[in-house]
Ligand binder design. Structure first.
Ligand code: PEP
Ligand code: MG
Length: 538
C-alpha cells in the first residue's frame, strides 16, 4: 500500500497506465540553415495551435466553456509577438536550434512570471510551461497525447498538465495518481470536475507501479493498494458501490429547492474565502454565498488590495452566482488573523481587542476602499453586505454612515451602485444576540457566527485544545442566544442566517430548522448532505 494526498473523493479499481513523457533532448548544436530552422519552428507553432484548438473545442463540449478558456490562453501565448520574435531571433541571430531557442526564451519568461506578486500572473508561468512542453514535443516529433485503449484505466504520471487531462478519453479513465501536486494542483481540480478519485503528491508512484498493475485507489483516505487479493477487492467493490449510490442520490438534489416537510423554503448557501470558490458552491447546488470572508484577499501580500482589485474579486463572485444572493463580510482582521503590513498592536487578548469592525471604524481609509469596491460591484448581482463583530447598535450605525459617505462620493463621480443592497450584521458577540430586538429594527438581516458566539458565550478560546471540551454548540446558553436572535429578526420581518461551522453540523441542523433559521451557510462539500437532511425535517 502507498499513501499520498487525497485530492478528489471516491473509490476506483483499475489497471495502471504509466504516462511517462517522451523526453525532449535539448542540444547546444548550432544551425547552419537558419531559414529551414525558422520554418521548422513556425510549423511547430502552427501544429501546436491546431492541437490546442481541437482540445479547446473538445473540452467545451465535454466539460464546459469555463474549463476550455485555459486553452484559449495557451493559444494566445503562441500568438504573443514578443515571445515568438524572441525565439525566432535566437535562431536567426545566435544560430540556436529551435528547441534550444524555445527553452532559452520560455525559461526566461517563466522565471519572470514565477517571481510576480500577482497570483494571476504567476499562473501564467504554469501555462507557459505547458505550452513550451507542447511546442518542444512537436519540434522533437513526439506524440503529445495519452492514448488509452482499455476501460477502467488508472492514469499514473509524474504530473498531469491541463492539456494532458483534457485530452483523455474520459469514458475510460477511472482515477489519477501523480508523484507531485497538492489538493489545489491542476490534476486535483480536473479530477474533481470529472468526478473521479485522485491521489496526488505520492512522490515515487511512477517508479513503484508498472503498466498493467491492478490498483485500488481510495480517494477518501489517499491510499493506493497494489495488486490486491480477492478479499480486499470485494471489500472495495462494495465500498465503491455504496459511495457511488450515495453520490448519485445527492447529485439529484443539486437543482432541488430546499423545502422542509411543512413547506418552509430554506436557503443552503456556501462559505467562501477566495472568489474562485464560488464555482464549487454552485456545482454543489448552493443557494449563493452566505459568507465571503474577505480578509483572505488581504493576506499573503505586502499591502492591502486596491479598490479596483477588490471590485474585480466581488464582481467575479456576483457574476458567477447565477443571480443568487451573495453575502460579503467586510474585513475581519485581528484575533487569530494578522496582517504584517498593518502593524496591528500586540495585545494580551487579541480576540477581545482591536479587530474586525473595531479596526475598520478606526482605520476609515482602509475601510472606505472596501466599501467603495463593494458598492461598485453591487450592480453585478444580488449583493448583501455584513459587518463582523458588532457588539451594539452604535457600531452598525457608524458603519452605515461611512457607507453613505462612499455612496455620495460615487454619485459625485458619476459611478453607479445598486439601490437594493441589504446591510446586515454578524451576530457573534453575546451582547448582539441579547440586544437582537433593538438591532433587528435597523438591519436588513442577521447572520449568526457561531464560531465566535460559542467562544464568547462560554468563555472558551476557540483555538485552545486544552479547553476544547467546553466548546459546545449545543450548550443551552448558546441555543438560547440563537433562538433569541431568530425570534427578534422575525418579529421585524428580517431574515436570519448562520455561517459558523454549526450551520453544517448534521446534529444541529434539525434543531436550527425547528427554531426557524432561514439560511444555512457552510463549506461547499457539506451543502448537498445538508439539503438532504433539511428536506426530511418537519
Ligand atoms: C464565526 O465566528 O462563526 C464566523 C463565521 O466567522 P469567523 O469564523 O471567520 O470568525
Ligand atoms: Mg467570527
Amino acid at each position: 500500500m502507498k499513501n499520498g494526498i487525497p485530492a478528489s473523493k471516491g473509490y476506483a479499481i483499475g489497471e495502471v497506465l504509466l504516462q511517462i513523457q517522451d523526453q525532449v533532448i535539448i542540444s547546444d548544436e548550432l544551425v547552419t540553415d537558419i531559414e529551414a530552422e525558422k520554418n521548422k519552428f513556425v510549423a511547430a507553432v502552427k501544429l501546436s495551435k491546431n492541437q490546442l484548438e481541437k482540445i479547446k473545442v473538445d473540452t467545451e463540449q465535454s466539460i464546459g466553456v469555463d474549463e476550455a478558456a485555459i486553452f484559449e490562453a495557451h493559444i494566445m501565448l503562441l500568438e504573443d509577438p514578443e515571445l515568438m520574435t524572441s525565439i525566432l531571433s535566437e535562431i536567426e541571430v545566435n544560430r540556436k536550434n529551435a528547441i534550444k531557442a524555445t527553452t532559452l526564451v520560455t525559461d526566461k519568461f517563466i522565471t519572470i512570471f514565477d517571481a510576480m506578486e500577482d497570483e494571476y500572473l504567476r499562473e501564467r508561468a504554469t501555462d507557459l510551461k505547458d505550452v513550451a512542453g507542447r511546442l518542444m514535443g512537436n519540434l522533437a516529433g513526439n506524440r503529445n497525447e495519452i492514448l488509452i485503449h482499455k476501460d477502467n484505466t488508472v492514469v499514473v504520471a509524474h504530473d498531469l498538465t491541463p492539456s494532458d487531462t483534457a485530452q483523455l478519453d474520459r469514458s475510460k479513465v477511472v482515477a489519477f495518481l501523480t508523484d507531485v501536486g497538492g489538493k489545489t494542483s491542476h490534476t486535483a481540480i480536473m479530477a474533481r470536475i470529472m468526478g473521479i478519485p485522485a491521489v496526488v503528491g505520492m512522490r515515487d508512484i511512477t517508479t513503484v507501479l508498472k503498466n498493467g498493475d491492478k490498483v485500488i485507489v481510495d480517494g477518501i483516505t489517499g491510499s493506493v493498494i497494489i495488486n490486491p487479493n480477492e478479499t480486499v477487492l470485494s471489500e472495495y467493490y462494495k465500498k465503491r458501490k455504496d459511495y457511488n449510490e450515495e453520490i448519485e442520490g445527492l447529485k439529484k438534489l443539486r437543482s432541488t429547492e430546499t423545502t422542509t416537510k411543512s413547506g418552509k423554503r430554506i436557503y443552503v448557501a456556501g462559505n467562501i474565502g477566495r472568489p474562485e470558490d464560488i464555482d464549487q458552491v454552485m456545482e454543489n447546488g448552493g443557494d449563493g454565498v452566505g459568507l465571503f470572508r474577505t480578509e483572505f484577499l488581504y493576506m499573503d501580500r505586502k499591502e492591502a488590495p486596491s479598490e479596483q482589485e477588490q471590485y474585480e474579486s466581488y464582481r467575479y463572485v456576483l457574476e458567477h452566482s447565477e443571480g443568487k444572493k451573495v453575502v460579503i463580510r467586510t474585513l475581519d482582521i485581528g484575533g487569530d488573523k494578522q496582517l504584517p503590513y498593518l502593524n496591528l498592536p500586540v495585545e494580551m487578548n487579541p480576540f477581545l481587542g482591536y479587530r474586525a469592525i473595531r479596526f475598520c471604524l478606526d482605520q476609515k481609509d482602509i475601510f472606505k476602499v472596501q466599501l467603495r469596491a463593494l458598492l461598485r460591484a453591487s450592480v453585478h448581482g444580488e449583493l448583501s453586505v455584513m459587518f463582523p463583530m458588532i457588539s451594539g447598535l452604535e457600531e452598525f450605525l457608524s458603519a452605515k454612515s461611512l457607507v453613505r459617505e462612499c455612496e455620495l462620493e460615487l454619485e459625485a463621480e458619476g459611478i453607479s451602485y445598486s439601490d437594493h443592497i441589504e446591510w446586515g450584521i454578524m451576530v457573534e458577540i453575546p451582547s448582539a444576540a441579547i440586544c437582537a430586538d433593538l438591532l433587528a429594527r435597523h438591519v436588513d438581516f442577521f447572520s449568526i457566527g457561531t464560531n465566535d458566539l460559542i467562544q464568547y458565550t462560554l468563555a472558551v478560546d476557540r483555538m485552545s485544545e486544552k479547553v476544547s471540551y467546553i466548546y459546545d454548540p449545543m450548550h443551552p446558553a448558546v441555543l438560547s442566544l440563537i433562538k433569541m436572535t431568530i425570534d427578534a429578526a422575525h418579529k421585524y420581518g428580517k431574515w436570519v442566517g448562520m455561517c459558523g461551522e454549526m450551520a453544517g453540523d448534521e446534529t444541529a441542523i434539525p434543531i436550527l430548522v425547528e427554531y426557524g433559521l432561514d439560511e444555512f451557510s457552510m463549506n461547499a462539500s457539506s451543502i448537498l448532505p445538508a439539503k438532504r437532511l433539511i428536506i426530511n425535517c418537519e
